[in-house]
Design a protein around this ligand. Structure first.
Ligand code: NAP
Length: 172
């Protein structure tokens, strides 16, 4: 299972959940030297600098990045594999070259969308996740914490790829 944007607030959970489910986890980050140890501590078996550096074809992709990274990740899918398009931090579209969706590049591959607010029954899942977080099985990885009026600082750091994990704002 390939997780792109693995150092992010969402990707960090994806790495842990994929590992808990028994997958061989390949975590992708723009900076493996800086984030490799942390990703391996979360459960990554391999850490790569982008989907282009994935060796063996994978059976699943959870893509937090979108744009050209989604296109490259789709190309790394094995027969029967599924890519779930979760995020799009790049701000770029997905431009598939002619032939990229050809069956002979990987038979029966799927690209599916996901949108949390449209999911109808999240309560049981969120309860399960909260229980796992409370017991320490899942780590939320709070990378920044500060007062509500410093929200701009956290957003700036997130957009600048200097904040990896969750930012928590205290409402005072
Ligand atoms: N579909 C849904 O229901 C749903 C739910 C939750 C989140 N999302 C979406 O999922 C995406 C990720 O959310 P998040 O909260 O995890 O964001 P985040 O904490 O900002 O993490 C995104 C990660 O992507 C990487 N990244 C950032 N800019 C990049 C770029 N230009 N090119 C390649 N990699 C880049 C960064 O990792 P490195 O710097 O280590 O490469 C960063 O840690 C967002 O688009 C969010 O809206 C969707």
């Amino acid at each position: 299972m390939l997780i792109t944007g693995a150092t992010g607030g969402t990707g960090g959970f994806a790495v842990q959940l994929a590992r808990l489910a028994g997958a061989h986890v390949v975590a992708s980050t723009g900076d493996p030297a800086a984030h490799g140890d942390a990703l391996r501590a979360l459960g990554a078996d391999e850490v790569v600098a982008g989907a282009a550096n994935v060796g063996e074809p994978v059976h699943g992709v959870l893509d937090m990045v979108g744009g050209p990274e989604l296109v490259t990740a789709f190309d790394r899918l094995a027969d029967g594999g599924t890519l779930v398009a979760v995020g799009r931090v790049m701000g770029k579209g997905e431009d598939f070259a002619w032939g990229a969706l050809s069956g002979n590049r990987g038979h029966d591959r799927s690209l599916v969308t996901f949108y949390l607010p449209a999911e109808s029954a999240v309560a049981p899942d969120l309860t399960w996740l909260a229980t796992k977080a409370a017991s320490g099985v899942l780590r939320p990885h709070i990378a920044w914490r500060g007062p509500w009026d410093k929200a701009a600082e956290a957003v700036e750091a997130l957009l600048g790829r200097r904040l990896h994990g969750k930012a928590v704002l205290d409402i005072t």
